[in-house]
Design a protein around this ligand. Structure first.
Ligand code: NI
Length: 256
């Protein structure tokens, strides 16, 4: 069974067949899913999905690109929802400098605030970090994120940066990008990161692996990522599935 550590099934891309698709996952090899919130509205929808599917868990948090209109009262609400039994992480939170909006100071402010929230509610964090390696590392260091724990999702940085995140105790999330032709840098990082610190993810509906690149992604494509990672690591796909399942359970502090 595969543990899908990061998907967005609340996204409108799944409006047509969400129920059918989610129902079919366990019998098609996807044993657990963490649906990840990115805005207040998507957190609400994540909670509804958590309540409906026994094998689906939730992460609640505000993505940097959605942090522009956040208010303190929203964080109070978020903190209360984090007490829900099936909420396993605060996320996704972080920094996204690919986009100009909201401005960096605002992104940083809510990143720091949500790290503090995770500490308060004793949950790990799911970090979204795009073109912002240095500021992400600086903030995680200053906020003593080692004590919080979590995952760098959809890892896109160098192996040198990976070493820093690993030293902080973080897991590294790897998805469909690993199968892309131009994924040399990610393959180097994946080679470097010890197997007991890697988790599988899709970021569905985004970043579908080859041969579905550019199409809607879903957890059913994770065997393609597992196979690619197995090739990089010199393991069998079954070994990759088993080890990443155990890692995901440790990351989200769940029973195996
Ligand atoms: Ni995501």
């Amino acid at each position: 069974m595969i543990f899908e550590t990061h998907a967005h099934y609340d996204d409108e891309a799944f409006d047509e067949d969400r129920e059918e698709l989610l129902q079919s996952l366990p019998e098609r090899g996807i044993g657990r899913v963490v649906n990840v919130g990115s805005s207040l509205e998507s957190c609400r929808r994540t909670i509804a999905l958590m309540e409906r599917y026994p094998y689906l868990y939730g992460a609640l948090g505000i993505h940097p690109s959605d942090s522009g209109a956040l208010e303190e009262k929203d964080l109070v609400w978020l903190g209360r929802q984090c007490a829900l039994e099936k909420c396993v992480a605060v996320g996704e939170i972080g920094l996204d400098y690919y986009w100009d909006e909201p401005e960096r100071e605002i992104q940083k402010k809510w990143f720091v605030r949500q790290l503090a929230l995770a500490r308060e509610v004793s949950l790990p964090v799911i970090i979204h970090s795009r073109e912002a390696a240095k500021d992400t590392i600086d903030i995680l260091t200053a906020e003593k994120a080692r004590e919080i724990g979590g995952v760098i999702h959809c890892y896109s940085y160098s192996r040198e940066s990976a070493r820093i995140f690993l030293d902080m105790g973080f897991y590294i999330g790897i998805g469909g990008v690993l199968t892309f032709k131009n994924a040399r840098k990610l393959k180097e990082a994946a080679e470097y990161v010890p197997m007991d610190r890697i988790v599988l993810e899709t970021d569905s509906p985004y970043l579908a692996p080859v041969p579905y690149r550019g199409k809607r992604n879903c957890s059913l494509y994770l065997p393609l990522v597992a196979a690619e990672l197995a090739a990089v690591k010199g393991l069998t796909p079954e070994e990759v599935e088993r080890i990443t399942w155990e890692n995901a359970c440790k990351l989200y502090r769940m029973e195996a």
